[in-house]
Design a protein. Sequence first.
Length: 214
Amino acid sequence: MNKMPLILDVDDSIINSTQSFAECYNLLYKNHTDFAEADWTKCNKYDLSDIAPLQTDPLEIFSSKLFFELVKPFPNAVEVLEALTKHFDIYLCSIGTSQNIKLKLDYIEKTFPFIENILPIVNKHCIMNKSMINMENKIFIDNVASNLFSSNASIKMCYGEVKSWNEEWKGRRCSDMLDMYNKLICIVHGQNRLDNNILNHNILATFHNDIIIK
């Protein structure tokens, strides 16, 4: 059976990078005179300066070993992605500095060992544009609007809460990993949306079947 290719962003799409950044910041700056604890849930600036005003270069934290020691997948991410491998050819696509990408590849291998297709983009200033990746006839999920707008993917979906870096996106959205699974399975079965409790029940049954039968 030919599976539809699915390209997934990594940071803040399958792993909670903002939370890890805040935890790193709190450890690194806790003894600073002007320190105030960073609350990742209140972040609404892409450079995280609203929750971490003392740091001057966020890429230093994102490229640190400490960041990858603390970062965790979103709830259900491992189970959902492994279940989705039964329906899609999954690729992970991520932008970062050379050090960030090096550490991220190690993290992905340990955390998502069932995903073998990785599309790393080394970008010194981490400019958010993945248009160099040909996504024609593929599904693309990202949390950054500029990545979605610049992509030629056939189906695009924004992951997570509405934030300043994706508020202009008016297309498909998913709120969390289980919602992502639901919407992707709907696409597989030709459904545009979750219409009723029967469809919800069927999708839930599919998910449980996917994670039990490996």
